[in-house]
Design a protein around this ligand. Structure first.
Ligand code: 13P
Ligand code: 13P
Ligand code: MG
Ligand code: MG
Length: 364
């Protein structure tokens, strides 16, 4: 019997601005799920990364199950009621539509789903990032699945020597999904040519060329493409199966020591380095820095082990310090040049108005 992992995340309200959901809200989400999951859900885990709440489900319904999506939607709606009742900031922020309509994609929440026949043992990693967008995973995925500098298994393991297929979405194409499939290592330069543009091209899946099995599912939602205006960043989630014919857990984690610069940070309009943090971390400096959490699990017959918090280890304290320094360095230049996103990515309509007014004042 196949197992499906679905992670569905939304920002439905937080304390003190966009910092962290309240315990009350987390408890409401948990209780709603507990009393409504019935026999639909085999197992679930709830976590927060910054101001976002993610529900990780395991079930038998397959990818895109409207029953699972609806349960998640209803849970976030119930949470929103609690967020409103208790005066949380941004209550219901990511619920962009009034009602559920079959699939939660396009309604605001981010979704990543993987369906597979469980291996004898089935280890996987669940990533969630806040104050950034789906392109934040492009570089770590490229390095983890296509570069032996990080993934030594590409050299050492015969099960990986054929490489991986990258499925990359053009997220600017909003009418319908538009994607391309490219093979590493033969088409590495083509993959790089697309993935350098984090705002437009986003890895949505990675598939083993040895076994045909899917290793990665990442969310590709861009909220500003749904709402047509700023309502928050598109804080992305991702599931990665590891070991065996996939990279080892540590090979996937390795590129996160770079603290690469991503889009997001304050008002979703700046550049900042992605800081690997402990599960449940909140947000602080300049509504950031952009953060990412990683929880490792094994799943068996749909039941999860407890998570291992991958970035809760002394090694990552050193990385966090380095990333904090990078963050401070770039913040020194405030609004200037590379510190802020280009005009097309600025998440506030206000700047458009301002430019219009200024346009009228130009003389020649
Ligand atoms: P073990 O031999 O301990 O299973 O480790 C293999 C591995 O993947 C290390 O990266
Ligand atoms: P979120 O997308 O995480 O809600 O952050 C929005 C923001 O504007 C932070 O400054
Ligand atoms: Mg928020
Ligand atoms: Mg958020």
């Amino acid at each position: 019997m196949k197992t499906t992992l679905s992670v569905i995340k939304a920002d439905i309200g937080s304390i003190g601005g966009h910092l962290r959901p309240s315990e009350d809200l987390m408890e409401t989400v948990k209780q709603h799920l507990e009393s409504n999951k019935g026999s639909l859900v085999v197992d679930y885990r709830i976590s927060n990364t910054g101001d976002d709440i993610a529900i990780l489900f395991s079930h038998r319904e397959g990818v895109g199950s409207s029953a699972i999506h609806e349960l998640a939607w209803d849970t976030f709606v119930a949470g929103t009621a609690k967020a409103k009742e208790t005066g949380l900031y941004g209550a219901g922020q990511d619920l962009l539509k009034d009602s559920f309509s079959g699939n939660i994609k396009g309604l605001g929440p981010a979704v990543a789903e993987l369906e597979f026949e469980e291996r004898e043992n089935e280890p996987f990693l669940f990533f969630a990032a806040d104050k950034t967008d789906p392109g934040a995973y492009n570089l770590p995925l490229y390095l983890g699945f296509a570069d032996p500098m990080h993934c030594s298994g590409l050299m050492l393991s015969p099960k990986m020597s054929k490489g991986f297929k990258f499925v990359i979405m053009d997220v600017e194409h909003t009418e319908k999904d538009r994607y391309i499939e490219l093979n590493a290592p033969e088409e590495l330069y083509d993959i790089a040519a697309l993935l350098r543009d984090n705002e437009r091209f986003v890895v949505s899946k990675i598939i083993s060329r040895e076994t045909g099995e899917q290793a990665v599912a990442a969310s590709t939602t861009r909220l500003h493409n749904i709402a047509g205006k700023y309502i928050g960043k598109d804080d992305p989630v991702m599931l990665i199966r590891v070991q065996g014919s996939f990279p080892a857990a540590g090979e996937i984690l390795s590129p996160f020591n770079i603290g690469h610069y991503v889009a997001g940070f304050m008002r979703g309009s700046h550049t900042g380095p992605l800081m690997p943090v402990k599960m449940g971390s909140g947000i602080s400096f300049f509504d950031g820095p952009p953060i990412v959490t990683a929880a490792a699990y094994c799943v068996q017959k749909g039941k999860f082990t407890e998570p291992v918090d991958c970035f809760d280890h002394p090694y990552w304290d050193y990385v966090r310090e380095k990333v904090a320094r990078k963050s401070t360095e770039l913040r020194q230049q405030g609004f200037s040049g590379a510190a802020m996103l280009p005009y097309s990515e600025l998440e506030y309509g206000g700047i458009v108005e301002k430019m219009k007014q200024l346009e009228n004042k130009f003389k020649s």
